[in-house]
Ligand binder design. Structure first.
Ligand code: SF4
Length: 390
C-alpha cells in the first residue's frame, strides 16, 4: 500500500485541486467593514434576477442565509438546484462536496459557484481517491473484496462517489443510512460494507439501528499498511469503517451530556449521528439536521433541549424558538470553520462577478466522474421508502 502525502494547508493558502482543501480566492474581496455590503448583495441579486439561484446550507452564517432562496441540508439543496433548470447560475453557500453534488445533479447549461474555494470539508478530505483505491487493492489481496459493497456518505468528494458507483455501491445520507446498509447487505451472500468516510455514522447505524455488535465493526486506517487490520479481523468484520470523522460533531463528549443533565432539569439531548458512539448512546434522540429542526419545531413550549450539531444552526433554532430553552452541547464555541469561510464579502464578490459577466469559483466535475457519481446517487434514489436527507 502506498501512503498518500497529506501536507497541511492553511485554509485559503496553497492549491490542491485534487482535494477538498482550500485554494486562494482570486480577485479583490470587499472589505468586511464595508457598510454597503448588504445593499451590494441585494443589488447584485436583483440585477441577476431569475438567472441566479442561491442555496444556503443550514450551517451557514446568518449574514449569508439572509440571501438564500432556499435553505436545507446538502442533498435537499442539490435536488432543489436540479429542480430549477431556468437558473443559469447556482451560487452554493455551503462546502465544496455539496457544490460538486449540485453540479452532478444539474444540467450542463447550469454553472455552480462556490463563493470561497477554501470552503472544503475536513471529513470529506479524510477519504481521498488514491487512499480508497489502495484500500480496495488491499481488500482484493486479502481475498475479501468480492464480498465488499462500498457505501459512501453524501459528505464525500465526487470522485469517491464515482468510485462507489463503479464498484456497485451506493451513496447514503444520515436519514437513509439504515436503508442503504440493508440494501448493501442484501447485494451479496455474506456481504461486508466498506463505509466511507464517516466512521461514526457507519458505526451508529450498524450497531444502534441494525443490531450489529461493536466487534463486527472494524476501522480501516488509511495511514497504516493494510488499514492496520489483520486478515482475520477483515474476515470476521461486517462493517469496515473508514477512519474519518466530522471535526465539528466529533467534539461533543459524554461528560458534557452528564453535566447538562445535572444542571438543566428535564433537558433532552438531541444529537446528529456524526457524533461519537458514546455520545449517541447517552442521547435521547438522534437524527439528521432536518430531523433536529423538525423535532425542535414540534416540541412543546417550556421544554429544554441540548443540541449536538453545528453552532450556527443551534443559535438560529434558539432565536426562532424563544419559548423553549435551547442549549449547545459543548462548552466551547464550535462552528464549522470551513462552512464559515462563506461570509458576506465572498458572497458579494461572487455575485458581483456574475453581474459583471465573470463566473468566479466555478465548480465543475469532469464527465466520467459525473457519470459514475450519478450511478451511485441514482442507486440511493431507488432505495425504498424514506426521505433522502442528511
Ligand atoms: S460540519 Fe463536519 S461534515 Fe459538515 S462540512 Fe463541516 S466538517 Fe464537513
Amino acid at each position: 500500500m502506498s501512503t498518500v502525502d497529506l501536507p497541511l494547508l492553511p485554509l485559503g493558502r496553497g492549491r490542491d485541486l485534487e482535494s477538498e482543501r482550500g485554494v486562494e480566492c482570486p480577485g479583490d474581496l470587499p472589505s468586511p467593514s464595508d457598510p454597503d455590503l448588504v445593499a451590494r448583495a441585494r443589488a447584485a441579486k436583483e440585477a441577476l434576477g431569475e438567472r441566479v439561484f442561491v442555496l444556503g446550507h443550514h450551517y451557514q452564517r446568518d449574514e449569508v442565509i439572509e440571501f438564500a432562496d432556499v435553505t436545507g441540508d446538502s442533498f435537499k439543496l442539490a435536488r432543489d438546484a436540479a429542480a430549477r433548470p431556468e437558473a443559469e447560475f447556482i451560487v452554493f453557500c455551503g462546502v465544496h462536496f455539496m457544490a460538486e453534488s449540485a453540479d452532478i445533479l444539474t444540467g450542463e447549461h447550469q454553472q455552480v459557484v462556490l463563493p470561497d474555494l477554501a470552503a472544503g470539508c475536513s471529513m470529506a478530505d479524510m477519504a481521498r481517491l488514491a487512499q480508497v483505491e489502495d484500500a480496495w487493492d488491499a481488500l482484493e489481496a486479502a481475498g475479501v473484496a468480492d464480498s465488499v459493497v462500498p457505501v459512501t456518505y453524501m459528505n464525500s468528494s465526487a470522485d469517491i462517489k464515482a468510485f462507489v458507483g463503479r464498484h456497485d455501491g451506493t451513496v447514503c445520507t444520515s436519514s437513509n443510512a439504515e436503508t442503504a446498509l440493508e440494501w448493501a447487505f442484501g447485494q451479496k451472500p455474506d456481504a461486508k460494507v466498506l463505509f466511507l468516510p464517516d466512521q461514526h455514522l457507519g458505526r451508529n447505524t450498524a450497531v444502534l439501528q441494525m443490531g450489529f455488535s461493536l466487534d463486527e465493526c472494524v476501522v480501516w486506517n488509511p495511514h497504516l499498511p493494510d488499514g492496520g487490520l489483520t486478515r482475520e479481523e477483515l474476515a470476521g468484520a461486517r462493517m469496515i469503517l473508514w477512519r474519518g470523522h466530522c471535526s465539528v460533531h466529533g467534539r461533543f463528549s459524554p461528560a458534557v451530556v452528564d453535566e447538562l443533565r445535572a444542571t438543566i432539569p428535564g433537558v433532552q439531548i438531541l444529537v446528529h449521528p456524526e457524533c461519537v458512539h458514546e455520545v449517541v448512546l447517552k442521547a435521547d434522540l438522534v437524527g439528521s439536521t432536518e430531523f433536529i429542526i423538525k423535532t425542535i419545531e414540534a416540541a412543546p413550549a417550556g421544554t429544554s433541549w441540548a443540541i449536538g450539531t453545528e453552532l450556527n444552526l443551534v443559535k438560529r433554532l434558539a432565536a426562532a424558538h424563544p419559548d423553549k430553552r435551547i442549549a449547545f452541547l459543548d462548552k466551547n464555541v464550535c462552528y464549522c470553520s470551513t462552512m464559515n469561510r462563506i461570509d458576506l464579502p465572498h458572497f458579494v464578490w461572487a455575485m458581483e462577478s456574475l453581474v459583471a459577466g465573470t463566473v468566479a469559483n466555478r465548480i465543475e466535475v469532469d464527465p466520467d466522474t459525473t457519470h459514475w457519481a450519478r450511478v451511485a446517487l441514482q442507486r440511493m434514489l431507488d432505495l425504498p421508502g424514506r426521505s433522502h436527507r442528511d
